[in-house]
Design a protein around this ligand. Structure first.
Ligand SMILES: C[S@@+](CC[C@H](N)C(=O)[O-])C[C@H]1O[C@@H](n2cnc3c(N)ncnc32)[C@H](O)[C@@H]1O
Length: 275
């Protein structure tokens, strides 16, 4: 079962909200993972950044591979049946519900994003199995309680939920505020829930230069954090092995291709369990 995001007459209004004069992170990221749902303005800054820091392509691709491994681990080894994916991005290959429902067809997934272009493409995220369910919320990370309230229309908050916030927290410039938002989301989840985070890190001059170039482009800025700051999001949770590591090092899988685990990237991740 799936929940339609938009009455048809609202689709046009949503498209009118899409700003094609400035780069947008969902479209920029879509360009980096090889998608087609981006505009000239996104490709221009994307190409510039590929020139100054080609490593961002690896960050984007390996972060999506991490998503796949983390969701398969949670659904397969931890028996998680519910996922709340905040900062979903544009649909691509192996979205959260596709990975989860391959392992557990009855899995329920709620996607959350505040970009109108993601809303406009959300039908591709709603291709649920008959036993499971997917929903899309046009909602804002800055209002965690509203996100949780709306998600409770699809998810059962008496059962564990995996909260996924991948490559999105950099939009929250102030680290204390980012921690507060994550903490408020986690506070609303039951025991046995998990927090999954990945993000770009200020671990090379190239990544810092890429971040500066992106932020100078007129896009909503994206700040890259230290490894310690990424680890801090998991305070109070039990970190799943191997802890906070580069995205390629988290439970690597041969399915990602030979040598995938050895690729060095400026992106770190972790999975933590709420006791
Ligand atoms: C770089 S993309 C990451 C997409 C996906 N999670 C991934 O890892 O491939 C960041 C996403 O966060 C969304 N986003 C940014 N600020 C947000 C906010 N305040 N509330 C909800 N989503 C937000 C953007 O629209 C974009 O789709």
């Amino acid at each position: 079962m799936s929940d339609s995001p938009l009455p048809l007459d609202a689709a046009e209004e949503t498209r009118a909200r899409i700003d094609t004069t400035k780069p947008h992170s969902a479209r920029f990221w879509n360009y980096f993972v090889g998608g087609k749902d981006n505009y000239e303005v996104d490709r221009e800054i994307g190409d510039h950044i590929k020139e100054i820091f080609p490593g961002l392509v690896d960050v984007a691709l390996t972060s999506r591979q991490f998503l796949g491994r983390a969701v398969a681990y949670l659904a397969g080894e931890q028996g998680i049946r519910q996922f709340l994916d905040v900062g979903t991005g544009l649909p691509t290959a192996d979205n959260t519900h596709e990975v989860a429902q391959r392992v557990a067809p009855d899995a329920r997934i709620v996607y959350v994003d505040n970009d109108p272009i993601v809303l406009a493409h959300a039908n591709a995220l709603l291709t649920s199995t008959p036993e499971g369910r997917t929903a899309y919320l046009d909602a804002d990370l800055y209002d965690p309680e509203a996100v949780l309230r709306a998600a409770s229309g699809t998810l059962d908050f008496s059962e564990p939920i995996a909260l996924m916030i991948l490559n999105t927290l950099g939009h929250v410039a102030d680290h204390d505020q980012a921690r507060d938002l994550v903490g408020r989301l986690v506070a609303g989840l039951p025991s046995g829930s998990h927090l999954v985070i990945s993000d770009s890190t200020a671990t090379s001059e190239g990544m810092i230069a890429a971040s500066e170039a992106y932020n100078a482009s007129g896009a909503v800025p994206y700040y890259v954090r230290s490894i310690g700051e990424i680890a801090g999001f998991f305070d109070g949770l039990d970190l799943v092995d191997p802890g906070v590591v580069q995205v390629t090092e988290w439970r690597p899988d041969d399915a990602d291709g030979p040598g995938a685990a050895e690729v060095a990237v400026d992106a770190y991740c972790g999975v933590g369990r709420k006791a």
